[in-house]
Design a protein around this ligand. Structure first.
Ligand SMILES: Nc1ncnc2c1ncn2[C@@H]1O[C@H](COP(=O)(O)OP(=O)(O)OP(=O)(O)O)[C@@H](O)[C@H]1O
Length: 406
């Protein structure tokens, strides 16, 4: 920046009262000449300043245009694989091309293997992306205090006991395992038909142990976040470590851990990488502290047996469709807030709803309530449940599946 020229001094007029008229006139003329000179000097300084202002404005416009151009030029995503002095090995997303590139000292200190970065055409790293902001937040559901309790789950008493032993005790009472000298189970796998309460069980155990519940759906990992699966699995475990005590819940684990198929398409390779990442996270699991991992599947037959080995999902808990007694209990839970007429007999309803899952019994109760409302009543009668069942059976017939209203 050039220094601005100093302003001329303000002229002053000193009129001595002793002065005669000629002297006063001469002094006034001198003062006028001085004021005129200062005025001219200031005018030329002002002109110079205006010229400079317009030069600077042009420069600002040019810089702004360059800035915009830089911002709008497309960048590619890559993951840092290795860091060596001033060079890094990057793997570009999408084409998986690996490149060795220089890294500026400004970024070198910030980078870690596994970071996601934005790179330009010449593979120079422009920014390090904040993982928390992107896919991680979208792919995981995080509930720091789930509200489901064991009392909200019907007909799964033995499963609740097993889950408590396998997940709750190691979190709340780890010394018992030390004293007895056994390793607590690493992962628990809940398997059974859809809508039978597997997610509820996992949420309830998180509630009971004051743990953060972190859910990730296996199907989303491979369908929605293509190319990101392995990375998200690593993020999932990192996040659990940050938030411990935590329960990691992987729903539909079959999507990332099914038996290997014959085809060798790139999609399969991606699923395979995601599963390998999961296995390696689980194998390094015992140093992790207060984290439990629960997975769920309704395709147990499809699972790759590698995930069931000791130290992985080594505790299997079957969550079946509810029996008669279970159905009564589930109906009781889902109608406890409803205003029921005396003629409603839950045990009789349970008798006629063989094959219904918990989710279906919940829908049945809601549907019965809708029939009462349509009939302008505040109390739900047995006939509403019967109508609801008929409607549901009708809907199923049109859907072409036995019972399907999840
Ligand atoms: N045993 C049960 N007791 C009470 N309610 C249940 C039970 N099972 C299911 N429900 C009801 O059905 C809903 C869905 O259940 P949940 O999500 O736990 O099933 P899921 O087995 O995890 O199903 P999916 O395999 O489709 O994920 C629950 O929110 C709950 O209202």
């Amino acid at each position: 920046m050039s220094r601005s020229p100093s302003l001329p001094d303000q002229p002053t007029l000193d009129l001595d009262p002793e002065m005669g008229p000629d002297e006063r006139l001469a002094a006034l003329e001198d003062h006028f000449a001085e004021v005129t000179r200062v005025h001219q000097e200031l005018t030329s300084q002002l002109d110079a300043a205006r010229d400079r202002q317009s030069d600077l404005r042009e420069e600002v416009d040019k810089l702004q245009r360059e800035n915009e151009a830089l911002k709008t030029s497309s960048l590619y995503l890559a993951t840092v694989e290795e860091i060596a002095d001033d060079e890094v090995v990057l793997k570009q997303h999408g084409n998986n091309q690996e490149v060795l590139t220089d890294v500026s000292p400004r970024l070198a200190d910030k980078l870690e293997a596994g970071d996601r970065v934005a790179i330009n055409d010449s593979f120079a790293i422009q920014t390090v992306l904040d993982t928390e902001k992107d896919a991680r937040a979208q792919a995981m559901e995080i509930d720091s205090s789930p509200s489901v309790t064991y009392a909200d789950i019907g007909g799964l008493d033995s499963q609740i006991t097993e889950v408590r032993e396998a997940v709750e005790d190691p979190l709340t009472n780890p010394e018992v395992f030390d004293t007895v000298g056994i390793e607590p189970p690493t992962g628990v796998l809940l398997h059974g038909p859809p809508g039978t309460g597997k997610t509820m069980l996992a949420r309830a155990v998180a509630n009971q142990t004051d743990a953060t519940f972190i859910k990730m759906a296996g199907s989303e990992l491979v369908q929605k976040f293509i190319g990101e699966g392995a990375r998200l699995v690593r993020d999932l475990f990192e996040l659990a470590e940050e938030r411990q005590p935590a329960i990691i819940f992987i729903d539909e684990i079959d999507a990332i851990a099914s038996k290997r198929t014959e085809s060798k398409t790139s999609g399969d390779a991606e699923v395979q990488r995601t599963m390998m990442q999961l296995l390696s996270e689980m194998d390094g699991f015992d140093q992790r502290g207060d984290i439990s991992i629960i997975a769920a599947t309704n395709r147990f037959d499809m699972l790759d047996r590698a995930i069931l080995r000791p130290g992985r999902f080594d505790r299997l808990i079957e969550v079946p469709e509810p029996n008669d007694e279970g159905r009564t209990e589930i109906l009781r839970i889902h109608t406890r807030e409803m205003s029921l007429d005396d003629d409603v007999e839950l045990a009789a309803l349970a008798d006629t709803t063989e094959g219904y899952t918990g989710a279906e019994l919940e829908s049945l109760s809601t549907e019965a309530g809708m029939f009462a409302i349509r009939d302008d009543r505040t109390q739900v009668r047995m006939v509403d449940f019967e109508d609801a069942m008929e409607k549901i059976d009708r809907d199923d017939d049109t859907a072409g599946t036995p019972i399907a209203f999840h």
